[in-house]
Design a protein around this ligand. Structure first.
Ligand code: ADP
Ligand code: MG
Length: 328
């Protein structure tokens, strides 16, 4: 908990009254993110039996507290982000859209004292505990000692489908655009049932905006999404050249890559819905035909990356124990 002193110094008093902050996990462009727990819950944990499931129970309640930097423009962006996250939360809580619940940062609390001036000094989200972003996951594949240093096609397809559907929902159902779709703003949440298909979670709605028609800046999400997917596919192709093992690509893969390449440019007029409609069937096929050795490889890389991130930014059981029970 080496960063605690700095954290306490920076955080407003009212957030510290409600939350115990443990660790600064990120310094973003607009503010900082700290992991913590609600003090009310910490009090309640003292009465729960400390059996082997205790820490995993507590971990489910971990939160990520965003503290915008100390100038008005950062607080205004945070306020807009809160409005946006609340619209999303209300929508995904309705039964028809519950399948998108895990695709977006989930807001749980916010500073409402400065609503009249449209500023927000802090807000709280459910933590994505892995600390892994799509950017770090992609790099983790490059860093492995495995001969195949790129994300398998099945995993790229999964991310395309899951994130694409989330962006389509945002656009078509809520009339919102994220505004800054990039791999640093996509976090990877572990999926216990299918570890090879973790959930991509879209975070950072600080530059989101409302747009009813798909013109001008409204197209940025689609372009940025295609660019992001294209980067993953490019890495795949590059690796094949480097290791001299040109893969057997599934049918239609080349067209898919070409479309991502074209659609990342300004010239394309396609909407998210059209892109998904065109490639849904084949990417689902790629996802469902992931080979056993690829599944093992993905699970291994992801687990290693989560371990690294947890080592650097995560919270150990002993730290939770110390904060709840004041015991070393
Ligand atoms: N809910 C969350 N749980 C865990 N980490 C998060 C969460 N939200 C954001 N982060 C981490 O913090 C970083 C910065 O947050 P972000 O919202 O992108 O802020 P900024 O606007 O400053 O870029 C992200 O890239 C991600 O690594
Ligand atoms: Mg960001």
């Amino acid at each position: 908990m080496s960063d605690t002193a700095a954290t306490l110094r920076d955080a407003p008093a009212d957030v510290l009254e409600k939350y115990e902050l443990y660790k600064r996990v990120a310094d973003g462009g607009n503010g900082t993110i700290d992991f913590g727990l609600s003090r009310e819950k910490v009090r309640a944990y003292k009465h729960i039996a400390r059996d082997p499931s205790f820490y995993s129970h507590v971990r489910r309640d971990l939160v990520a507290v965003k503290l915008p930097f100390g100038f008005p423009v950062a607080r205004t962006a945070a306020w807009a982000e809160v409005q946006c996250l609340e619209v999303i939360r209300a929508a995904v809580e309705t039964p028809g859209f519950s399948m998108f619940k895990d695709s977006f940062a989930e807001i749980v609390d916010a500073d409402r004292k400065h609503d009249d001036v449209g500023e927000c000094y802090w807000f709280v989200m459910r933590a994505v505990e892995s600390g892994v972003t799509l950017n770090t996951l992609n790099l983790a594949f490059i860093d492995t000692s495995h001969i195949y240093k790129a994300m398998p096609i099945g995993l790229i397809s999964h991310i395309f489908l899951k994130l694409g559907a989330a962006l389509e929902f945002l656009q078509e159902e809520l009339g919102l655009r994220h505004g800054d779709v990039k791999d640093f703003n996509v976090m990877i949440r572990e999926n216990a049932a299918n570890p090879e298909f973790p959930d991509p979670v879209l975070v950072d709605f600080g530059t989101a905006f409302k747009a009813d028609v798909d013109t001008g800046p409204s197209k940025y999400d689609r372009r940025n999404f295609c660019r992001m997917i294209y980067v993953l596919t490019e890495r795949h192709t590059d690796n094949e050249k480097v290791c001299g093992c040109p893969g057997k690509h599934p049918e239609g893969w080349k067209e898919f890559v070409q479309a991502m390449k074209d659609d990342r440019k300004k010239t394309s007029e396609k909407s998210m819905r059209e892109i998904l409609k065109t490639f849904k069937g084949r990417t689902l096929g790629y996802k469902n035909s992931m080979q056993a050795h690829e599944i093992i490889h993905v699970r291994h890389v992801l687990q290693t990356e989560v371990d690294v991130a947890m080592d650097e930014e995560g919270i150990e059981d002993s730290e939770i124990k110390l904060s709840i029970f004041q015991e070393k």
